[in-house]
Design a protein around this ligand. Sequence first.
Ligand SMILES: [Zn+2]
Ligand SMILES: [Zn+2]
Length: 229
Amino acid sequence: MYPPVCPLCGRISPGGICPSCREKTVPAADGAFCMHCGKPLADEAAEYCPDCRKQMEGGGSCLDQGRSLWLHREPVAGALYRFKYHNRRRWGRLFAKELANSYACQVRRWQTDVVIPVPLHPSRRRKRGFNQAEILARELGARCGVPVRTDVLFRIRRTTPQKALGRADRMQNLKGAFGVSAAWKPCRNVLLVDDIYTTGATLEHAAKVLRKAGVQNVRFLTISIGQGI
Ligand SMILES: [Zn+2]
Ligand SMILES: [Zn+2]
């Protein structure tokens, strides 16, 4: 139905991401990266990035570990924006394929029982017509042979879009935003999937309710990771 295009530049490209875009992307795990969030490290000898170190000193994280595909800069940043807000949902499958190419082994090493996309509030999902994280999770789950559940984790409160907020407000904004289905029997290892990791606040809150429900390890994969705010 659609000609095959590069999801990063939108030009015709039978093989998915075109060579010129491929060259411009910066893989998040190319050099030294944070053992917790996967962000590239300025200090190659460090184990964790400054943000994660601060978080550990302040009570720790409900996320066990996570990885991302690319740094959140062009051409990735614009492509993810168009994927989400300009209804390029078919690009999600190409992004998820890239994710699986890089991290299928990691998904196995984590002994992932179930893949769960970070949910949108139903009102936002209705407005957008789809949940970008769900498209990524479905394709990733299919490629890794892991079941995907969208009936476990829910957004139960409407929140201000995170991108409009600073770091402290992002954590506050998400208080009580997620809920877990009481009918779900928790498993050991959950993999959360989202499009972007910025401060990690969204994934952290989602992980918190999953851990509270009895999940032992919550990991995450995202397409891009920012340098924090
Ligand atoms: Zn391209
Ligand atoms: Zn980190």
